[in-house]
Design a protein around this ligand. Structure first.
Ligand code: ZN
Length: 80
């Protein structure tokens, strides 16, 4: 979960799983964070709702351990 101040600056990211407040400095998070958002569509039970979440790296690792099929990992290529 992301928290903003009255100037719409990012002040905190809180892990939705464990509740830990992640380090944010100068509008940037200073550690690994998994952020996801989903806009649910017409054929779902949540039509029109946007769900978003943030996980710290430790909770992300525990989360993906439960998967039958591992996540797809690719190397980030540098933009020149
Ligand atoms: Zn966590």
């Amino acid at each position: 979960m992301k928290a903003y101040n009255e100037n719409r600056e990012l002040v905190a990211i809180i892990c939705n799983q464990c509740g830990r407040v992640m380090t944010v400095q100068d509008d940037m998070v200073k550690e690994g964070v998994f952020s996801a958002a989903c806009t649910w569509g017409y054929f779902s039970e949540k039509d029109g709702e946007i769900h978003s979440l943030d996980l710290c790296e430790e909770c992300y690792d525990e989360f993906i351990k439960q998967f039958k099929i591992p996540v797809t990992v690719t190397a980030q290529t540098e933009m020149v």
